[in-house]
Design a protein around this ligand. Structure first.
Ligand SMILES: C[S@@+](CC[C@H](N)C(=O)[O-])C[C@H]1O[C@@H](n2cnc3c(N)ncnc32)[C@H](O)[C@@H]1O
Length: 272
């Protein structure tokens, strides 16, 4: 019967990924793999591990195989219905929290459009419990997972279905709007590479030049923001100039872009 040591030795995957898959299948901590590496494993567990390893070798993202991805220190359930939350998106959350911490409003209203797994909305709600957070998406499957994540993590977030501002019809205006919309151009060859092949196309690309959703969000924002309210969006590495232009044309003040840890202008925003 196979044991951890043999499976690690035979694996074509990086050692860390093999260990993560084994931990997931066996539901054990990393230290168990080391201290029990010669224990015989149940055949059905070995079969489960091999099935996952095959999928990983075929390119499936680790987060979909494990069913979770950490974001802002919280474990978010993910499925192929949602984008896997990215570390660089934490900059958008941190910027939102800076704004909320300075807000004099006792219960600031926050809108996260295109919420996906709910990572942004839930992280904001957990870090700023006085905020009233609304998350929207056009995907019902994404919204169901987002609601599950918020509930499991103990965050109070209202989730609404619909395309961009249509989802918040009838809602009061907001102090802050954030969004990480689909911003990859439909012709970008990266869509056919790596993890992106497995993520929902509607979460990655607007089906056009990559700026369509960003344009729609900026143009609609003034009707949904209070005076002094802010809009911050994540965008592609080469889109900051265009997004700042949209914001300035739409009458936003103090328009600026902020760099991520790699020095890439990753988010842009401004104040009404
Ligand atoms: C890049 S993903 C971001 C997911 C999540 N906010 C995150 O940062 O991990 C974009 C999200 O926008 C949603 N979306 C795409 N088109 C939309 C639309 N017209 N209205 C609302 N949401 C939309 C997708 O379903 C997807 O969940």
């Amino acid at each position: 019967m196979a044991n951890v040591r043999e499976l690690l030795r035979a694996s074509e995957l990086p050692r860390l990924e093999t260990q993560m898959l084994l931990q997931h299948v066996l539901q054990v901590p990393r230290v168990w793999l080391i201290s029990h590496d010669t224990d015989s494993l149940q055949p059905e567990k070995v079969d489960q591990y091999h099935a996952l390893a095959q999928q990983r070798l075929a390119g499936q993202p680790m987060a979909y195989l494990l069913g979770f991805r950490e974001f802002m220190g919280h474990a978010f359930a993910v499925s192929p219905a949602v984008l896997i939350p990215r570390p660089e998106t934490e900059l958008l959350v941190e910027t939102a929290l800076d704004f909320l911490n300075e807000s004099v409003n006792r219960q600031p209203r926050v809108l996260d459009m295109g919420t996906g797994s709910g990572a942004i909305a839930t992280s904001i709600a957990l870090a700023c419990p006085r905020a009233r957070v609304v998350g929207t998406d056009i995907s019902g499957e994404a919204l169901a997972l987002a609601a599950e994540n918020a509930h499991r993590l103990g965050a109070r977030v209202e989730f609404l279905d619909g395309s961009w501002y249509h989802a918040v019809c009838g809602q009061p205006v907001f102090d802050l709007i954030v969004s990480n919309p689909p911003y990859i151009s439909a012709s970008d060859p990266h869509l056919q590479q790596g993890d992106l092949r497995f993520e929902p196309a509607g979460a990655l690309t607007d089906g056009a030049d990559g700026l369509d959703a960003l344009r729609t969000i900026v143009h609609g924002a003034s009707a949904w923001l209070k005076a002094g309210g802010a809009l911050w969006m994540e965008h592609g590495w080469d889109q900051a100039l265009a997004v700042r232009g949209f914001l300035q044309q739409a009458g936003f003040k103090q328009v600026k872009s902020l760099p991520d840890l790699a020095g890439i202008e990753r988010i842009s925003g401004g104040y009404l």
